[in-house]
Design a protein. Structure first.
Length: 319
C-alpha cells in the first residue's frame, strides 16, 4: 500500500510517498480501505513541530503517517470484532489513535469507528469528524439562541465554515472574520457580517459579542475582553503557543469574573456531538465546504495550499 510519511520536522517538502505492507487486524480491530481523509491544522502543526509538539517528541514527528480524519470501507475484521461487517462504510477522527490516515489502509479498533450515514459521500465523511466536532463542541459551551451574537475568528477555514453553519442553526447573529479570499463564501454559509481582518480589527470596532469562537488566537486577552458582553464567553479553539498559554492563564485568573475565558480541550470522536452534526447534515443545515480534492500522490501540493491559508473550508486527500 502507499502512504505519505514525514520523517523530519518541516513543511510540505518533508513529505514523501512510500510503499508499506498492508497490516492485518487482530483482536477487535478492523482493516479499513481508506477512500478519503482531510488535512487539519493538527497535521500541519505536528509536521512543523510547534513547541508543544516538540515537548513530547523533540527530534522528529511522533507520528510519521499523519491524517486523523478517515472515511472508507471495512475490508477485513479481527477475530473479536462484532460491530461491523466486511463492506461496512465507516468514518472517524483518529487523533487519539496515532493518526495514520494518509494511507491506503489503516488498522484500528472497531470502537473508534462510526457508520457513515446514508447519502453522505466519502469526501464529505472525511471532512467532518475532526473540524465539525471541534466547532460544535466550542459552540455548545454557550446555549445559543436568536438572542445572541457570535463572532468567529478564522471563519473561512475547516472549523470556521462548520461553525458558521452550526451557529446559524441556533438562530444566532454571526460575524465572520478571515482573509480577503474567504469573504463571499462566509456570507453564503450564513454569516450576517463578514470582516477582512486586514481591513477591520474586530477588537476595536466597539461591538461586543455574547460568544467569540477563536480559531486563530490573533488578539490579546485584554482586547478580547473589551469585545465580550458582560456575561460573554470566549473559547480559544486554535492558535499559537503564546495565545494558548495566555488564555489558560486568563481562564484561571478569571474564575470569579462575569466573563468566561477558556481554551477548548477537545473530546475527539465524541459520539453525542457526532450525532448532532449528522442530524444537521441530514436536515441540510450543514454542508462541508470542500476547497479542493487531491490524490495521495499530490499531498505536497495539498499541504502547500493549506500552508498558504488561501484555501476555504476543507482540503481532502482522496485515495
Amino acid at each position: 500500500m502507499k502512504q505519505a510519511i514525514g520523517k523530519k520536522y518541516g513543511n510540505h517538502s518533508r513529505l514523501s510517498i512510500i510503499d508499506a505492507p498492508i497490516p492485518k487486524p487482530v483482536g477487535d480491530e478492523v482493516l479499513v480501505k481508506i477512500h478519503a481523509s482531510s488535512i487539519n491544522s493538527a497535521d500541519v502543526e505536528t509536521l512543523k513541530g510547534i513547541f508543544l509538539i516538540r515537548m513530547g517528541s523533540p527530534f522528529k514527528p511522533k507520528y510519521k503517517v499523519l491524517g486523523s480524519d478517515i472515511s472508507g470501507i471495512v475490508e477485513a475484521i479481527g477475530p473479536l470484532s462484532t460491530k461491523f461487517k466486511i463492506g461496512s462504510k465507516v468514518y472517524a477522527d483518529l487523533s487519539e489513535w496515532k493518526f495514520g490516515c494518509f494511507s491506503e489502509y489503516k488498522v484500528v479498533s472497531e470502537k473508534s469507528l462510526r457508520p457513515i450515514p446514508e447519502n453522505m459521500s466519502y469526501v464529505d465523511a472525511a471532512s467532518i469528524p475532526s473540524a465539525a466536532i471541534l466547532a460544535y463542541q466550542g459552540l455548545v459551551k454557550f446555549e445559543l439562541s436568536s438572542k445572541h451574537s457570535v463572532l468567529i475568528n478564522g471563519a473561512g477555514g475547516g472549523m470556521g465554515t462548520f461553525a458558521i453553519q452550526i451557529a446559524k442553526s441556533f438562530g444566532a447573529e454571526i460575524t465572520a472574520v478571515d482573509n480577503e479570499h474567504k469573504q463571499s463564501i462566509m456570507s453564503e454559509l450564513g454569516a450576517d457580517y463578514v470582516y477582512d481582518y486586514k481591513e477591520v480589527d474586530f477588537s476595536q470596532d466597539g461591538k461586543q459579542y455574547d460568544l467569540i469562537l477563536d480559531c486563530k488566537g490573533t488578539r490579546t486577552i485584554r482586547k478580547i475582553k473589551t469585545s465580550l458582553s458582560n456575561f460573554g464567553y470566549y473559547v480559544l479553539i486554535g492558535g499559537n503557543n503564546r495565545s494558548i498559554i495566555a488564555t489558560l492563564i486568563a481562564s484561571r485568573k478569571n474564575k470569579k469574573a462575569k466573563q468566561n475565558i477558556s481554551v477548548l480541550f477537545a473530546k475527539y470522536n465524541d459520539q453525542s456531538y457526532l450525532e448532532q452534526v449528522q442530524k444537521l447534515y441530514k436536515e441540510k443545515k450543514l454542508t462541508p465546504t470542500i476547497d479542493s480534492v487531491y490524490d495521495l500522490t499530490e499531498i505536497k501540493e495539498a499541504w502547500k495550499r493549506f500552508e498558504s491559508e488561501k484555501f476555504t473550508g476543507k482540503i481532502v486527500i482522496k485515495l
